[in-house]
Every structure is written in C-alpha cells, then in structure tokens.
Design a protein around this ligand. Structure first.
Ligand code: UDP
Ligand code: MN
Length: 241
C-alpha cells in the first residue's frame, strides 16, 4: 500500500479563503492516499468551513489554530506557524509514525506529479519551488545525484535556505526526533524546523529529476480588504428626488 501523504494546509479567514480552498481541494481530489490537515487561523472551528471540507470527500481533519495575539501586530507576522504547529501536535497525539508530511499552503499551485515524487520519501526530500522572491525560484543544487548547496534569493544565514513548500518529511524519520519544532520566527521557520530533525545534507533526497523540474509554485493571490458596504438608503426608504 502507498504511504499516506499528510498534507498540512494553514488557512485563515479572509474573502479569498473559500475559493483558495476549493481550488486546492480540486487538486487534492486527484491524489490517492492523502489525508488533508486543514488548520484555520481562528479561535473556533467554523461550521461553514467544515461543511465545505466534508463535501469534497477527501479524508481530512479540521482544526482551529489561532495565531497567538502577541504576534498579530508584529511585522512580519509568523503566518501559518500556529497552524503548522497544531498539525504537528495532531500527528503526535494520533501517534502517526508512518507516511509523509508536506506543508502545503492554501495559495500555492501543485503539479500532481509532486505527490508521486514525495510519496516514497525516506528521510527528507527536497525540490525546487517556483515564483520565490527575486530569483523566481528556490532550488537545491544537485551534483552526482546529491544535494550540495542551495540557490535562494534570501539566504540570511540559514543552514536550510528553502521554502516551506520545497521539502517533504518521512514521519517514521521525524518520530525519532522528539524535539521537532517550528518556532515563531518569521523567515526562519523552515530552517529551524529542519534543524530540529537532525538532518545532514548528504541525506537529502532530491526530487523532480534531480531538482531540474518545478512541481510547485509559490503563487500569491492579490488580497484585498473587504470594502465597507454602503446601502443606498434612498431605495430602501422608497424615496426619490
Ligand atoms: N496564514 C495564516 N494566517 C495569517 C496569514 C496567513 O494562517 O494571518 C496562512 C495562509 O493561509 C498560508 C500560509 O499561512 O497558507 C502562508 O501565508 P501567506 O500565503 O499569506 O504567506 P506567503 O506565501 O506570502 O509567505
Ligand atoms: Mn502564500
């Protein structure tokens, strides 16, 4: 049997939320043996969202994972971190020690081949992510089938200068590291998470034809605040001039 992919999606209430989740769900519906962990940045589980999620027919868990209020005002804020932490805690509580973990944000674009590539991850697999910052790609550099370096527009002292969507982790491997953690440190979440699971660069499994193919893109939806709705009271009052 195929290993299960635990696809962790942080999401948050805004007017783009429902279309983003629908678009993502219609991708995930093509993927066998996938369990969708949807962690919403909100105090309580939203019943409307839960009805939407259950309607897709994808096995899922829906959790409420609000960003702690002290981080809300910080710029940049640790976006999606409370959500991913809640999913890590869920996996730990369910005692899930096989399958593959992948952090898939609600606004990225996924090639279906990504899922077959990451499915057999032994420890940690890595691959390019398109549309990242200035270079428009974040990519592990591979020599003779091994990752030897990283190309990323913002290295910033990180040992693992990769995007959240650029790696997958075996849960059997991760379960050997009880101190696995994703701290609230904007920009350094991937690096510190990967540092917490004791990885050596020669152990990384390059995917996507030795990291020459892009199978996931960091697309971003233009995000607008909802407008203030003004009712035309002339019509409501039945008046006219
Ligand atoms: N997110 C969240 N709370 C927020 C902002 C973002 O849970 O206040 C989620 C969002 O739905 C996405 C992830 O965190 O899955 C990363 O956020 P975003 O896509 O805005 O960041 P970017 O991709 O631009 O770094
Ligand atoms: Mn995003």
């Amino acid at each position: 049997q195929l290993p299960v992919i635990y696809f962790v999606t942080p999401t948050y209430p805004r007017r783009e939320q429902i279309p983003e989740l629908k678009r993502l769900a219609y991708t995930l519906l093509h993927v066998p043996r996938l369990y969708w962990l949807v962690a919403n940045d909100q105090e309580r589980c939203d019943t409307f969202l839960d009805t939407l999620l259950s309607g897709f027919g994808i096995p899922y868990a829906h959790m409420a994972s609000p960003m702690p209020s002290e981080f809300r005002k910080s710029k940049p804020a640790p976006r999606g971190v409370a959500n991913r932490r809640a999913a890590l805690q869920w996996l730990h509580q369910q005692n899930i020690t096989n399958g593959v973990l992948y952090f898939g944000d609600d606004d990225n674009t996924y090639d279906l081949r990504l899922f077959s590539e990451i499915r057999q991850t032994q420890r940690v697999s890595m691959f390019p992510v398109g549309l990242i910052a200035e270079y428009a790609v974040s990519v592990p550099v591979v020599r003779d089938g091994k990752v030897v370096a990283f190309l990323d527009s913002w290295v910033a002292g990180r040992r693992w200068p990769v995007d959240m969507a650029g790696f997958a982790v075996s849960l059997a491997y991760m379960s050997q590291y009880p101190n696995v953690n994703m701290p609230y440190k904007p920009g350094y979440e991937e690096d510190l998470f990967l540092r917490s699971i004791g990885l050596r660069i020669d152990q990384i499994e390059p995917k996507g034809a030795n990291c020459t193919e892009i199978l996931v893109w960091h697309t971003q939806t233009k995000n607008k605040k909802s407008a203030v709705v003004r009712l035309n009271s002339e019509f409501l009052d039945g008046r006219s001039n």
